[in-house]
Write a protein that binds this ligand. Structure first.
Ligand SMILES: [Zn+2]
Length: 113
């Protein structure tokens, strides 16, 4: 994946790239998923990483909107339980689809309760 593709994914908040890579913003020191709804950073301020851990290892904090550290459905369920927030649930569905190929039934049950 080249830099143009990544920049375009970030600019358009393309969910298809969620989990493919992570980006960080030099000016804010925050790392995000490509489809983060919180920011549209300038291209010159972007850095790209293959994993969330790599971004955080370089000193970038995890974004609180898109939760780049949230990579497994089990982590996801705990986050949903704590947050009671539909946007977190949508993140969980994306993560679960990537990691297991199935919808996150446990997380869904928690949200509906
Ligand atoms: Zn974010």
């Amino acid at each position: 994946m080249d830099e143009d593709t990544r920049c375009e994914a970030v600019r358009s908040q393309d969910a298809r790239f969620d989990g493919e890579f992570f980006f960080a913003v030099r000016t804010t020191d925050i790392s995000c998923r490509p489809n983060c709804p919180a920011v549209t950073p300038k291209r010159g301020n972007l850095r790209f990483f293959p994993t969330a851990a790599a971004a955080q290892g370089s000193g970038f904090r995890a974004c609180r909107r898109c939760l780049p550290r949230m990579v497994s459905p089990s982590t996801c369920s705990a986050k949903v339980r704590r947050a009671h927030d539909g946007s977190w649930h949508r993140n969980c569905r994306t993560v679960s689809r990537i990691t297991t190929g199935r919808p996150p039934t446990a997380a869904s049950a928690i949200v509906r309760r």
